[in-house]
Design a protein around this ligand. Structure first.
Ligand code: ZN
Length: 284
């Protein structure tokens, strides 16, 4: 199933995409697509219902992030060898784990706002993994059975804050709007192999990133198991698994985002997203 949350920001409601591409509402069945409901039992119950019996949502309704109340937004760095090379960093021997503040999460097609004074905001198309069962100290062989589904993520990054101003990367990774996810969460049963997915990202229609998850340094199962040794993973937690080459920081000369730029990105089987970049605006 392709799970979605539709409606205006902060007031999204749960649904899914039916076989004809329409949004069907499940508001009468569950509260929301959050950790409490992203489990095999609830998903099986909803899969058994004939979609035609569920309310149809108006086409072109805004899609918010497909998961509500994400508890942790864990990110993996340098997980494609060719991206590590463009970042001029060695291929890691162990996963590089950092964090994005959950307040940066937004819908797949919402605008991305440049941080105040930013000169080095950059893009990163990535495969996101959403946890469906509590996980601690997993073996690699147990890891994928704890995954509820997969989604498209743009790990938007401010390179000056990430690499020049702070001792951790986190300072450049979690600005408001830096976590577009979706359009939908594709349940794990629909993704036969998470290591065979094409990913791409264009800026203003020009291809910048192109890759496939088969060239990850650490595969999804290894990453989920590894993270479960660092923390308890809860249903609804999101792990974003690193980006293939082609980010702006690696270009000669470097190419960063400016107001008016448009990022379009996608992953085979997980849908596409479009994000317009806008200038910093102080809070109202
Ligand atoms: Zn990243």
């Amino acid at each position: 199933m392709k799970l979605v949350r539709y409606g205006r920001a902060g007031h999204e409601r749960p649904g899914f995409i039916d076989g004809d591409g329409n949004i069907r509402s499940v508001v009468d069945l569950i509260e929301d697509w959050d950790g409490e409901h992203l489990n095999a039992k609830v998903l099986a119950k909803i899969a058994r219902i004939n979609p035609a019996r569920l309310p149809l949502v108006k086409p072109r309704t805004r899609l918010g992030p497909p998961v509500a109340r994400v508890g942790k937004f864990v990110a993996i760095g340098l997980n494609y060898a060719d991206h590590a090379a463009e970042a001029k960093l060695p291929v890691p021997k162990e996963p590089v784990v950092f964090s994005k503040w959950v307040s940066c999460i937004q819908g797949a097609n919402d605008d991305v706002m440049l941080p105040k004074g930013s000169r080095k905001t950059d893009w990163e198309v990535e495969l996101g993994v959403v946890i469906g069962r509590r996980a601690r100290q997993l073996k690699r062989s147990e890891a994928l059975s704890h995954v509820a589904g997969y989604c498209l993520v743009n790990d938007v990054s401010e390179r000056e804050w990430q690499t020049e101003r702070g001792l951790t990367w986190d300072q450049g990774k979690g600005f408001d709007t830096f976590g577009p996810i979706g359009p939908w969460l594709v349940t794990a049963d629909e993704i036969a192999d998470p290591q065979q997915l094409d990913l791409w990202l264009d800026v203003n229609g020009v291809r910048m990133q192109q890759g496939n998850t088969r060239t990850m340094v650490f595969d999804v199962a290894t990453l989920v198991a590894y993270c479960s040794t660092l923390m308890t993973l809860e249903p609804g937690d999101l792990i974003t698994t690193g980006t293939p080459p082609g980010v702006g920081m690696g270009m000669k000369p470097p190419r960063f985002l400016k107001a008016g730029d448009v990022m379009t990105l996608g992953i085979g089987g997980l849908g596409e997203a479009r994000q317009q970049v806008r200038a910093y605006m102080p809070p109202a």
